[in-house]
Design a protein around this ligand. Structure first.
Ligand SMILES: Nc1ncnc2c1ncn2[C@@H]1O[C@H](COP(=O)(O)OP(=O)(O)OP(=O)(O)O)[C@@H](O)[C@H]1O
Ligand SMILES: [Mg+2]
Length: 606
């Protein structure tokens, strides 16, 4: 077959595959056009589930006589004029595809009258080349689009249409979504001549709940958690169903980005993460949320049907949504599950403490705090400010198993007494200090034996650990990171009271908790400490009797230290850290170690 240009109608029918899937998609496109035209009232009239007829009337700006034919041509739009316009789209339409596509697969007539025009005109397409016929018609200011016999000329598509009822259910859902996006516009929906939905425009501020109730049900409108957060140029508003009212299906999730309904993976992930631990894994949170951001921050031109967007600062957007939802949920639980109308929650201007943001802003060469901590906690990566490097790797490796250490203790004791053949040579950076101290010997995974001048000291590794941690975090804990899997424990009345009292001081120490009547959830922890067995120390953490930030930090560090089992390698690293950060090592050792009489100590081992 030679190459040939396809007839206009056929080209449009092919393109229509992406735009017109079913009657509900026609309704969506036409109502979006009405909204773009500034209409304040939109009437939707459906016959036989849209198979037979879809008629949309609006009171918007109308289309001038000279542009009517163009409106039905492909790639004809009044909404963008140049490439740059694509970067900041404020309208719902911009492709110039919808009317041409619909009119290639149905009998479409477009009637319109701008208020400046005295006569209304009607356009419809005919033939292979979609020639447009214009006729005068009686019509008030605004536009009507009448779509009859959808897919009459594309039998393959027609076959895929479901029953009238099913198709109408889809249309009803589209109208609900759109009505939720524009409270200032009134909508009516008729099916087979019967008025089924009427959503009057919301005129006065504060009366949104009426429309919300009409669309989402009274219960949702009355009990949902209202949310209103701002961060830099982002704003997130809307309503969340209480976690207890999570759904078994994910169909009560309305998320709008600059007024456009979206189903986006990034958004879903952020929302899901905020509800993690609050609802069972097989339930879905219910919400109606509106994200507003600068139009140039979002690219809507990534999906033919505009179902997806791309955020230029995806991680920041994710983080903002997560944070805004988490804050609202926390506020809700703190306020005793009363329905609430929070003040606008302006998130602090400082970057949120979240690992989705941190890595982007860190020069690649600079080690992260958490990498250092991860290395100290077992996952050996590069060295960092905290982890230190193992100098005597050979010795360290053969001491990996702590039981080996105990068995070797008496042998090592001999060596300990012979400073010229040290068990464990000191790191070069601390060589001097160690020489001053003599040697140290790790006797078990819980204790270290040290000789300082002529005195032996027994040092508990947990005390060493705590001392290192306390020095490192004397002013503040590292930034917080969300746990990949938030952990939760059963809430007793006492624990709940403690959780409430400690919420703020823990937050100031980069630990974020939340609660439901039955569970206490740990969501965020200081960076680098995610791999700790938090579930085991959460209850201990809540046992803190103080509420001052510093004291809570101390308690937190104690809980962290006692929940962690250290390998020999880690203890050696801790020792290096301890030595490295000591100004007066001898003094510091005497502070945390206790002097022992060597023979007594050895006898205790035998
Ligand atoms: N209800 C309406 N009121 C006023 N103008 C309209 C209406 N419907 C369509 N138009 C005009 O017709 C043009 C073509 O509409 P169409 O829906 O085909 O494309 P679009 O809205 O520009 O882009 P998209 O294909 O993304 O929807 C619009 O750009 C607009 O100028
Ligand atoms: Mg359009």
């Amino acid at each position: 077959m030679p190459i040939q240009i396809l007839p206009t109608r056929l080209a449009n029918q092919i393109a229509a595959g992406e735009v017109v899937e079913r009657p509900a998609s026609v309704v969506k496109e036409l109502v979006e056009n009405s909204l773009d035209s500034g209409a304040t009232s939109i009437e939707i009239d459906i016959e036989k589930g849209g198979h037979k007829r879809i008629l949309i009337r609006d009171n918007g700006s109308g289309i001038p006589h000279d542009e009517l034919a163009l409106a039905l041509s492909r790639h004809a739009t009044s909404k963008i004029a140049k490439l740059d316009d694509l970067e900041a789209i404020c309208s719902l339409g911009f492709r110039g595809e919808a009317l041409a596509s619909i009119s290639s697969v149905a009998r479409l007539s477009l009637s319109s009258k701008p208020k400046e025009q005295t006569q209304a005109w009607q356009a419809h397409c005919e033939g292979r080349d979609m020639q447009v016929q214009l006729n005068p018609v009686a019509h008030p200011d605004g536009t009507s689009v009448d779509v009859v016999d959808l897919f009459f000329n594309t039998p393959a598509r027609r076959k895929f249409l479901r029953t009238e009822k099913t198709e109408f259910t889809h249309i009803d859902e589209v109208v609900r979504r759109i009505a939720l996006s524009r409270f200032d516009v009134s909508f009516s929906l008729k099916h087979n001549g019967k008025l089924l939905r009427k959503y009057p425009a919301v005129k006065a501020q504060g009366t949104e709940l009426k429309r919300l109730g009409a669309i989402c049900g009274k219960e949702f409108a009355e009990q949902s958690i209202e949310l209103n957060s701002q961060y830099q140029q982002f704003e997130l508003k809307g309503w969340l169903a209480q976690p207890e009212q999570a759904k078994t299906q994910g169909d009560f999730q309305y998320f709008y980005v600059n007024g456009r309904m979206m189903r986006d993976k990034l958004i879903n992930h952020a929302v899901r993460q905020a509800f993690e631990g609050l609802i069972a894994a097989d339930l879905y949170p219910a919400y109606v949320l509106y994200l507003t951001l600068e139009p140039n921050q979002v690219d809507v031109n990534v999906h033919p049907a505009k179902h997806e967007v791309r955020f230029h600062q995806a991680r920041l957007v994710h983080d903002f949504i997560y944070r805004a939802l988490t804050d609202s949920l926390n506020q809700y639980f703190q306020q005793g599950q009363q329905q609430q109308t929070p003040e606008v929650n302006v998130l602090p201007q400082a970057e949120p403490n979240h690992d989705y943001i941190q890595p982007l802003q860190r020069p690649i060469s600079e080690p992260r705090v958490d990498e250092g901590l991860a290395s100290y906690s077992g996952a050996r990566t590069q060295s960092s400010g905290y982890s230190g490097t193992l100098v005597n790797k050979g010795v360290a490796e053969h001491l990996v198993n702590s039981s080996q250490v105990i068995n070797q203790s008496s042998k090592n004791y001999q060596q300990l007494m012979t400073p010229t053949q040290p068990t464990n040579s000191a790191p070069s950076s601390t060589e001097q200090s160690n020489m001053m101290l003599g040697q140290w010997l790790q006797v078990t995974d819980k204790e270290i034996l040290l000789k300082v001048e002529q005195t032996f000291y027994l040092l508990e590794t947990s005390a060493l650990h705590l001392s290192v941690m306390s020095r490192l975090y004397s002013d503040a804990m590292p930034v917080s990171q969300p746990l990949l899997m938030p952990v939760s424990i059963t809430a007793t009345a006492d624990l709940l009271a403690q959780a409430k009292a400690l919420y703020q001081p823990l937050l100031e120490n980069s630990v974020e908790i939340g609660w439901t009547p039955n569970r206490i959830i740990l969501r965020k922890v200081p960076a680098g400490l995610r791999q700790l067995r938090w579930i085991e120390c959460l209850e201990n953490i809540l046992g803190c009797l103080e509420i001052e930030t510093d004291k809570v930090r101390k308690h937190l560090l104690t809980c962290i230290v006692s929940s962690e089992e250290m390998s020999v390698l880690q203890i050696q690293e801790l020792w290096q850290q301890f030595v490295g950060s000591s100004v007066n090592l001898k003094h510091d050792i005497t502070q945390i170690g206790k002097p022992v009489h060597l023979d007594d100590w050895l006898n205790a081992y035998e």
